[in-house]
Design a protein around this ligand. Sequence first.
Ligand code: F6R
Length: 248
Amino acid sequence: MEVKVFKDYAELSKFAANRVLELIQAEPAGVYGLATGSTPLGLYAELIERKAELPDLSQIKTVNLDEYLGLELNHPQSYRYFMREKLFAGLGLKAEQSYFPRAEMKDPEEARAAAREYEAKLQELGQRTVQILGLGENGHIGFNEPDSVFTAPTHLVDLTENTIAANSRFFETEEEVPRQAITMGMAGIFDSKEILLLVSGEQKRAAVQQAVLGPVSPELPASILQLHPNVKLLLDEAAAGDLLTKLK
Ligand code: F6R
């Protein structure tokens, strides 16, 4: 894992944007793995601002990590809506260039079928050029929560109390946060030539240290990234704490 520490979130986002720009210039017809949440917002804003430097995007495809279960397609908290607002509209991407797990149903059996469908789509699209990831305070990546099975394909998950509380900031009340989601599994996340893991803020420091220094264990899902051959961990100083000293 290559660890890079930046003065602040703005610097981290600029670095990430430079890297993604470089990759898109090299592979304008690649498949790009994207994440939602607050951490990639700086990266997405920067990409939109630097749109003039991007090549023709008509051949690019994107896949997202996850989607909440039971929110209708145009729900403002759905990840599909989030990506359209925060990135796709600004870059002029068409709806058919981007893939999400279908998750608007409430029935778990239907949701499991939708998860299998998304897994098949990921296989069909093939290896990604890059996968963008954020990190949960509990060490989750995508919605692979602690103690999830590392070998699981795209699957239906019960969100932990910690994740529900952390994500309630995007909803009016905590009760409105969906309790389940469909997430890409670890094998799907690994099927990328490069992974950019973006982490900002002191509240993530403990999870970062465990992910990098701790044993590879489903208790801290992001620790499995130690086994991927090409991960760049981009941290601001608040998230890094004394990590670099510990790595020496
Ligand atoms: C988002 C996702 C999650 C987030 C993580 C961090 O698609 O899969 O793993 O990346 O919860 O969220 P933020 O960036 O909001 O702290």
